[in-house]
Write a protein that binds this ligand. Structure first.
Ligand code: ZN
Ligand code: ZN
Length: 131
């Protein structure tokens, strides 16, 4: 599927309406947006990349989300697979970082201003499942 064209003419707006989170979900289903979560040295790292749900620019967002919980393996469980201590879902808020200066964007700011929420399911390495 062809990726939509980057709408750089979209006005910059610091919006986090749920509609964008919903659109991001659609893009995830279409593989136009990807989300990945990894556990590296006991630290949960997320990456969300692909098309911005608002301006369709290319974004690549990496975060180390604050996750509540203890991710160190309990003593006596040396064989525990690191993947098993991952939380089932990690939620990250992503802000557009398409790299383009949109109309009305504050000086030095790139992206269209949209923020959206992505839920990353730790154990679905093959991508988002179908509902
Ligand atoms: Zn954008
Ligand atoms: Zn953009």
């Amino acid at each position: 599927m062809a990726a939509p064209e980057h709408r750089t003419g979209e006005r910059w707006e610091p919006t986090s309406e749920f509609g964008w989170t919903s659109k991001a979900y659609d893009l995830l289903e279409q593989d136009l947006l990807r989300a990945e979560v990894a556990l590296v040295d006991g630290v949960v790292t997320t990456r969300v990349w692909g098309c911005c749900p608002r301006c369709a620019g290319r974004i690549d967002d990496r975060q180390v989300p604050t996750v509540v919980g203890d991710f160190t393996s309990p003593r006596g469980m040396a064989d525990a697979d690191a993947a098993e201590v991952l939380p089932p879902v990690v939620v990250v808020d992503v802000t557009c970082g398409c790299g383009a200066a949109h109309v009305d964007s504050p000086e030095g700011t790139t992206g269209c201003g949209v923020s959206f929420r992505v839920e990353l399911v730790a154990d679905s390495a093959s991508g988002p499942g179908t509902p």
